[in-house]
Design a protein around this ligand. Structure first.
Ligand code: KIV
Length: 279
C-alpha cells in the first residue's frame, strides 16, 4: 500500500507504529520497499556514511537530488523523504520553497525534511503552501553541530524541555505532517508525542514515539566510525561483506574465480581460425 501523509496520520490514530530507515541508493531502496518499510529517508547523513565527511555541513543540493532520485526509482510503496541540506532553507523563505521544489521535481521525493523549530516555521508554512509535505526535525539537529557543541542528548533541562514543546507545537501549527525527535530523553519524547496530533518519529528518543528511524549502515553494522547508544545492530552485514571481499580476493589469486559457470563460450573453430590468422 502506497504510504501518504494520510496513511501515516491514520497509523498514529490507530496506534500503529511507523517504520523508517535512511536510504541512499536504488538497490537498497528496492530491498527496503519490499520489506514493507513505511518511509525511506534520504538523510543528509549521506555526508557521513556515503561521502565520508565528518558531519553533514558539506552536503549539497546536488548530492541530495542525485541520491533521492536513485531511491525514488527503487521505491513503489514507501514514502521517500529527502533532507534539505545545510543552507538550502535557512537563508530565506524563497530559497526554502525553491530547494524543496527541486527535491520533489528533480529528486521525485514525496516529502522534505528540515531541521529546526520556531525559527524555520515561516519556511515550513511556505513549503506546505507550495503543496510539498514537510517533516520537521527537533532535538539534536546535526546541521547545528557547531552551535550545539557536539553530538549529545538534547532538552535535558527544564528550559530546554519547555523549548522543545514550544518548537514541536510550532512546527505542527506551521503545517509539518510529522516530526523527527533525535537524541531526546524518552519520557519527554513520549510526553510531546501525546501532545501532538501529527506522528513523531524517534531516533534515540525511546519507544514512546509514533515511529522509529535509524541510519541503515548503523543497524546493519556497516559503519564503524562511531556507534551511538541508541543504535541496535540488527545484523552484522559489515563482517559478512568483509569476509566476502576477502574470499573474492583469495579466489582471484588461487584461480577458483571465475569458474566455468561464470564464463561465456564461443565455437572452437572460430578461435582456431583466429589463431591461424594471427600466426
Ligand atoms: O540525516 C539523517 O539520517 C537524519 C536521521 C538521523 C533522522 O536526519
Amino acid at each position: 500500500m502506497k504510504q501518504t501523509v494520510q496513511t501515516l496520520q491514520a497509523k498514529k490514530e490507530r496506534g500503529e507504529k511507523i517504520s523508517m530507515l535512511t536510504c541512499y541508493d536504488y538497490s537498497t531502496a528496492k530491498l527496503m520497499d519490499n520489506a514493507g518499510l513505511d518511509m525511506l529517508l534520504v538523510g543528509d547523513s549521506l555526508g557521513n556514511v556515503i561521502l565520508g565527511y565528518e558531519d553533514t555541513i558539506s552536503v549539497t543540493m546536488e548530492d541530495m537530488i542525485h541520491h533521492t532520485a536513485a531511491v525514488a526509482r527503487g521505491t513503489k510503496n514507501a514514502m521517500v523523504v529527502a533532507d534539505m541540506p545545510f543552507l538550502s532553507y535557512q537563508t530565506s523563505v524563497h530559497d526554502a520553497v525553491l530547494n524543496a521544489g527541486r527535491l520533489m521535481k528533480e529528486g521525485r521525493a514525496g516529502a522534505v525534511k528540515l531541521e529546526g523549530g520556531q525559527v524555520v516555521c515561516e519556511q515550513i508554512r511556505a513549503i506546505v503552501n507550495a503543496s510539498i509535505p514537510v517533516v520537521a526535525h527537533l532535538g539534536l539537529t546535526p546541521q547545528s553541530i557547531n552551535t550545539l557543541g557536539g553530538f549529545k542528548v538534547q532538552a535535558k533541562t527544564l528550559d530546554a524541555a519547555r523549548q522543545l514543546i514550544v518548537d514541536a507545537k510550532a512546527v505542527e501549527a506551521a503545517g509539518a505532517f510529522s516530526v523527527v525527535f533525535e537524541c531526546v530523553p524518552e519520557k519527554l519524547a513520549e510526553l510531546v508525542t501525546s501532545m501532538l496530533s501529527i506522528p513523531t518519529i524517534g531516533i534515540g528518543a525511546g519507544a514512546g514515539c509514533d515511529g522509529q528511524v535509524l541510519v541503515y549502515q548503523d543497524m546493519l553494522g556497516m559503519f564503524s566510525d562511531f556507534k551511538s547508544k541508541f543504535v541496535k545492530r540488527f545484523a552484522d552485514v559489515g563482517t559478512i561483506m568483509n569476509e566476502a571481499f576477502k574470499s573474492y580476493k583469495e579466489e582471484i589469486q588461487n584461480g577458483t574465480f571465475p569458474a566455468q559457470e561464470n564464463c561465456f563460450s564461443i565455437e572452437d573453430d572460430i578461435i582456431e581460425q583466429l589463431k591461424k590468422e594471427l600466426d
